[in-house]
Design a protein around this ligand. Structure first.
Ligand code: BES
Ligand code: ZN
Ligand code: ZN
Length: 489
């Protein structure tokens, strides 16, 4: 898909279809030339409401606001409605800005268009895809706000990179567990490095053993697919900050011997969403060539059952020497992350450390399917993540630690237990478990982002179709872009 920007007015542009966004139900706006017809059809212009006027080659879509949070899902919904319609190859659309010289809505438009054109067809014999080839954006504005072609082009370019990286992550997550296992994730990372300036190092079992990553290795043991730890690095000269990202890459989570009930096992291919997000973020960082050093680590493992599976009652020693009593083998993500976090901190002394994981069902129960939980020891870092999520169009909310919940992961026989002794507060106790593996240097620099809710979408919402959403990618890119501009939090 190509984006073109032009100063030609919208009516001068030749295209197969014009997309018109109706803002805040304003059917009296000069852009809405079919008010009577729209009213007759019962179109009121509510958020994501669409009306395709086939004869006139106009597609109307409603947005509650000119801000990104209105434009992005509206554009995605409009574009998604065209998937499989081969007649529409060239699309035109005007410029919508919420403030003078502020390109945020334009970036949101580009993101919505690219995210909305996504379809996952790998396993369909009949591939129904978007046919859109060209999007022409006229600088003719919805309102008086102006923007230069240069600023507009940059916003659209960054929006494209962001959304393409999100779609890249979606593809990995949507791939089935027998087509995407740890070695395949490592291959994806190596291929990324081959085609960019990223450096890639893959740790295989022998090295993982040498690095004393016994917790990760125990989770991996019963699978025929051997584990990998992936390290991708973007290292520009004189970076403004050093950022480490760590992702949970469970290519399948059966629960292990604490086997999941069958209805909870369906969808567990998405347990690699955190790791897949890290791969997507690294891809975008290298494409944007941001002046920050970024390291991405993925713990890629499959959690299965078998004669040599790790067990409830085992005690494992993590890389940092802490012993972990296992009481539930389905709380495996935190074990993989514990070792991967320790390895990442040993390899890189970072200014910021973020981990992404579909860590707990409790997070979904607590905050719903649409929102990620943000945890950590430092309020400013948590706020930075929250703020970046908001700008990016993702939803995130803080879940604060407390010392009382921390006590619930104490163990009688080891340093810490892999599950809590209470049914409540499971997202936080998982986060506090991870905090046991953050060293003193990184304590105040770390945030844990539980993406278990939004990572996989059952029923399409906003800019997300059914399947993987690419959660984490957009929020983290906004955050890293902010740091790359030299803005402190
Ligand atoms: N991968 C799951 C968490 C999950 C649940 C992700 C639903 C996405 C949707 C994780 O490994 C897990 O099984 N966690 C357990 C922890 C429990 C045993 C303490 C959970 O949440 O039930
Ligand atoms: Zn699990
Ligand atoms: Zn899991």
């Amino acid at each position: 898909m190509n984006f073109n920007i032009t100063t030609d007015s919208i009516s001068e542009i030749k295209a197969d279809l014009e997309i018109i966004i109706v803002i805040d139900k304003d059917l009296n706006h000069r852009f809405v030339q079919d008010k009577k017809l729209l009213k007759k059809a019962g179109f009121s212009g509510g958020q994501d409401e669409i009306f395709h006027l086939i004869e006139k080659n106009r597609l109307y879509v409603g947005a509650e606001t000119l801000k990104g949070k209105g434009i992005r899902p509206a554009a995605a919904t409009a574009i998604r409605s065209l998937i499989g319609k081969k007649a529409y190859k060239n699309i035109k659309i005007a410029t919508y800005l919420s403030h003078p010289r502020c390109s945020a809505s334009l970036r949101a438009l580009a993101e919505g268009i690219v995210l909305g054109s996504y379809s996952f067809t790998a396993y369909k014999s009949k591939k129904v895809r978007s046919s859109i080839k060209n999007i022409t954006i006229s600088l003719e504005g919805y309102n008086e706000h102006e923007i230069t072609a240069e600023v507009a082009a940059r916003a659209i370019h960054n929006g494209e990179i962001t959304a393409n990286a999100t779609n890249f992550t979606r593809d990995i997550v949507n791939t089935t567990p027998d087509d995407c296992y740890p070695v395949i994730m490592a291959n994806i990372a190596e291929k990324l490095a081959d085609n960019s300036s990223l450096k890639c190092n893959i740790l295989k079992p022998k090295t993982l053993k040498k690095e004393k990553m016994e917790a990760l290795l125990a989770v991996a043991r019963a699978s025929r697919h051997k584990p990998r730890v992936i390290h991708l690095a973007h290292k520009p000269k004189s970076p403004k900050a050093v950022i480490t990202l760590v992702g949970k890459g469970l290519t399948y989570d059966s629960g292990g011997l604490s086997l999941k009930p069958s209805e909870f096992m369906v969808g567990m291919k998405s347990d690699k969403s955190g790791g897949s997000a890290v791969l997507g973020i690294m891809k975008a960082i290298s494409e944007m060539n941001l002046p920050v050093e970024v390291h991405g680590f993925v713990g890629a493992v499959e959690n299965m059952i078998g004669g040599d599976a790790y067990k409830p009652d085992d005690v494992l020693k993590a890389k940092n020497g802490k012993t972990i009593e296992i009481r539930n083998t389905d709380a495996e993500g935190r074990l993989v992350l514990a070792d991967t976090l320790c390895y990442a901190q040993q390899e890189v002394k970072a200014d910021y450390l973020f981990d992404f994981a579909t860590l707990t069902g409790a997070c979904v129960v607590g905050v719903g399917h649409y929102t990620s939980g943000v945890m950590g020891n430092n309020d400013e870092i948590k706020s930075l993540v929250n703020y970046s999520a908001k700008v990016s169009g993702e939803l995130a909310t803080r879940l604060d630690f407390n010392p009382y919940l921390h006590k619930t992961i104490k163990s009688e026989i080891a340093d810490v237990c892999n599950i809590s002794n209470t049914r409540y507060g499971g997202a936080i106790t998982a986060g506090q478990f991870l905090s046991e593996f953050i060293d003193d240097d990184h304590k105040e620099k770390w945030a844990h982002i539980d993406i278990a809710g939004p990572a996989f979408v059952e029923h399409a919402w906003g800019e997300n179709p059914h399947g993987a959403s690419g959660a984490g990618v957009r929020m983290m890119l906004r955050l890293i872009e902010k740091l790359a501009r030299g803005e402190e939090h």
